[in-house]
Write a protein that binds this ligand. Sequence first.
Ligand code: A2P
Length: 268
Amino acid sequence: VQATTAEFAATLPAGVYGETVLSVKHYTDRLFRFTMTRPDGFRFRSGEFAMIGLMVDGKPIYRAYSIASPSWAEELEFFSIKVPGGPLTQHLQKIEPGDTVLMRKKPTGTLVLDALTPAKRLYMFSTGTGIAPFASLIREPETYEKFDEVILTHTCRDIAELQYGFDLVSEIRNDELLSEVVGDKLTHYATVTRESFERQGRITDLIASGKLFSDLGVPPLNPETDRGMICGSTEMLKDTKALLEAAGLDEGANNKPSEFVIERAFVG
Ligand code: A2P
């Protein structure tokens, strides 16, 4: 394996790392999580994404993936969809420990703490694999330095698709250092839309009806106290953004920190 990895490394294009897969966990026929080695000297901010790829028939294929692990972690973690016939994911879903995954060297993204001005409460609104950047941010101590309350919402079609989020929260609770940093600041609000469950409905409907806020026991969205990050499909971003804007929140960016930021959950 050593020889193969070294040979492979010699064939890598400039600006690309070749990293070793460490673990793979399949949740459903649509979702899986994997970890790989972190290159020496690779730095990123919690919430950013990188281009991840594989060699397919001698050619590299890349897709943008949020890094789901926090900036301090030794390994890199990703949460992926499996798209039948998807140019990358039809192959990526078959990786096993010891395999090599490509990663371009420069991470980027808007779902970073630097893009938000200070406030009391941070909402992270996610659907499907849109939870990935927040998997990073809920394990980032700086999130809890900057906000007193952190509310992660995750909406999926069915309960099995919520499992990654439940695993994350229990991993935080079971980690001595992290659980101390997080304390009782983190609330995980999980809902499904196509199965019966204790919490049901699209997050947009739950915001519009006010049920989200009454369930949480907090006042409605307010630019004085609340910040938001949104990650999901194009339609979900559009609809959630409209609700935040209606509540008076202003969209920010890396070079113009403000009250909420959005990024599409990546597919294919
Ligand atoms: P629904 O089941 O009503 O379509 P997907 O797996 O298709 O990416 O969807 C993930 C979750 O996002 C589903 O629960 C889906 O609800 C929800 N969703 C889809 N479109 C929107 C939207 N425009 N606004 C809010 N939630 C949405």
